[in-house]
Design a protein around this ligand. Structure first.
Ligand code: B12
Ligand code: SF4
Ligand code: SF4
Length: 305
């Protein structure tokens, strides 16, 4: 049995995805070679996991023996409001429930329907959780182009999107298509980056990236970055906000990704571990952890006094 990409797109839309594309699960040797260089230059900082499972990165089919197609989905998180001025700033993707959980549930819903349509087929789902080049896979699935910021940019959803992937052994009739790169001579993201982290088009030195420093890095932020990081508590949206392809977007419609109750206007001063655990149990902020959030709050307070 074979299904076609239109049927899969309908399933994805019914599950709540904003866009969906299909591509073959081919080799990613070129990306893998680029990653090797990226790590050798030290751009991965201390994200040791970026260097692991290289063979899987170079060929996603090894993660799912017999995989024929990747179904790639986009979920918009373009917000309808802005975070009130004067509050420790949180990247918009992290205002609501943890997207890993939200997106995975929807991916399973789509994958189950594909499996029902192609009996005997198997699947695995990922979002930010596997050693695959999600942005490159999304590009191959015709969902947009990789901007100079490194972000996948969809022509109408912009780059306020999160990527989810299903690898399946089901055969899906589809046409391989690409969206041409529409960055042109624009360099707004590179100029807007407060720390010069976009060291070349499509190349981010994570060590200089505020997102890495406020979420991933288990060590202290280098002193020279403190001022540039300003009031950013968790993540950074600067290069996304600067992008002309993110103007006049329609706000997302995912209630799970709406700002969690009490987040805006929250009393950060005196945040206890218990209160953090309760408030952020299902939030991306959990990834940074209580200690890092407290350290960042102290640094922001110091700057503002
Ligand atoms: C590690 C990681 C980070 C690191 C490193 C970022 C980076 N640019 O690599 C840090 C912590 C800094 C980070 C930050 C952010 N991240 Co992040 N991150 C990842 C993760 C887990 C792996 C990315 C990776 O492999 N990086 C290594 C580099 C080498 O690969 P890459 O950036 O994916 O792809 C590049 C290469 O393939 C390169 N390339 C390949 N071949 C060649 C050849 C040449 C010649 C050149 C020039 C380039 C090139 O071009 C691609 C585009 O940059 C992915 C999930 C995943 N599994 O893919 C999410 C992911 C990329 N992150 C995401 C998001 C949302 C963010 C933030 C916006 C969060 C925030 N608001 O704070 C920022 C954006 C920063 C930025 N401008 O990239 C989304 C991006 C969605 C989208 N629409 O693009 C992803 C896909 C997660 C998801 N499932 O949605 N992230
Ligand atoms: S997320 Fe912020 S620090 Fe990182 S590359 Fe974009 S603008 Fe620069
Ligand atoms: S800001 Fe300009 S250069 Fe950067 S990703 Fe957007 S369109 Fe491309």
């Amino acid at each position: 049995m074979i299904i076609n990409e239109e049927e899969v797109a309908r399933m994805a839309s019914e599950a709540g995805f904003d866009a969906c594309g299909v591509t073959e699960t081919g080799s990613m040797e070129e990306e893998s070679a680029y990653l090797t260089q990226w790590i050798e230059r030290g751009y991965a900082g201390n994200m040791g996991y970026m260097g692991r499972n290289r063979e899987l990165r170079a060929d996603p089919r090894l993660m799912m023996p017999g995989a024929k197609c990747a179904i790639v989905t986009l979920t918009s998180y373009y917000p309808r409001e802005r975070q009130p001025e004067g509050e420790p700033r949180i990247a918009a993707y992290a205002w609501g429930a943890d997207y890993h959980y939200v997106i995975k549930q929807k991916l399973h819903a789509v994958a189950e329907r594909v499996t029902a349509a192609v009996p005997g087929s198997r699947y695995v789902v990922f979002t930010d959780s596997a050693p695959i080049f999600e942005r490159r896979l999304a590009e191959r699935a015709g969902l947009g182009w990789i901007g100079k910021s490194g972000m996948l940019i969809h022509p109408t959803l912009g780059s306020y999107t999160l990527i989810g992937t299903i690898l399946t052994t089901a055969e899906i009739a589809h046409r391989e298509r690409r969206v041409e790169n529409r960055c042109g001579s624009c360099t707004a993201c590179m100029e807007s980056c407060p720390t010069g982290a976009i060291v070349a088009p499509q190349t981010v030195d994570a060590r200089r990236c505020i997102s890495y420093q406020t979420i991933e890095n288990r060590e202290a932020m280098p002193e020279w970055m403190e001022e540039a990081a300003g009031d950013r508590l968790f993540g950074c949206d600067c290069c996304i906000e600067a992008c002309p392809w993110n103007r006049r977007l329609a706000p997302h419609g995912h209630k799970e990704l709406e700002p969690m109750e009490g987040l805006f206007g929250m009393e950060w001063e005196g945040l206890t571990r218990g209160a953090f655990d309760r408030m952020f149990a299902h939030s991306p902020l959990r990834r940074a952890g209580y200690k890092k959030i407290k350290e960042r709050l102290a640094a922001i307070r110091k700057q503002c006094t």
